[in-house]
Write a protein of this length. Structure first.
Length: 117
């Protein structure tokens, strides 16, 4: 059974930093992409950042230059370093893993990130 365990969310002031972690276990397929999505109240879930097994990355425009995604393939762990946080980054952040052609697609339980003074 696939499990995604997220950690690192919390409350931070504008301009601060947080690092999210997500460890995947129990997968019997090759994890191609690992990513982070977020959902703010009243809004749809959106992609924040994604990284492939080869290290290629993609970010939503709003976080470019502030967030950095990385992964450790051996341990199936993905990280999201979030710097210069803004109030509009407030959301529940979800970890996601997928196989290359999408046959397998799993989500974490979500971790709350609140940016407020």
């Amino acid at each position: 059974q696939v499990q995604l365990v997220e950690s690192g969310g919390g409350l931070v002031q504008p301009g601060g930093s947080l690092r999210l972690s997500c460890a995947a276990s129990g997968s019997d397929f090759v994890i191609y992409t690992m990513g982070w999505y977020r959902q703010a109240p009243g809004k749809e879930r959106e992609l924040v950042a994604v990284i492939t097994s080869g290290g290629s990355t993609n970010y939503v425009e709003a976080v470019k230059g502030r967030f950095a995604i990385s992964r450790e393939n051996v341990e199936n762990t993905v990280y999201l370093q979030m710097n210069s946080l803004k109030t509009e980054d407030t959301a529940v952040y979800y970890c996601n893993i997928r196989s290359k052609f999408g046959a397998y697609n799993y989500w974490g339980q979500g971790t709350q990130v609140t940016v407020s003074s």
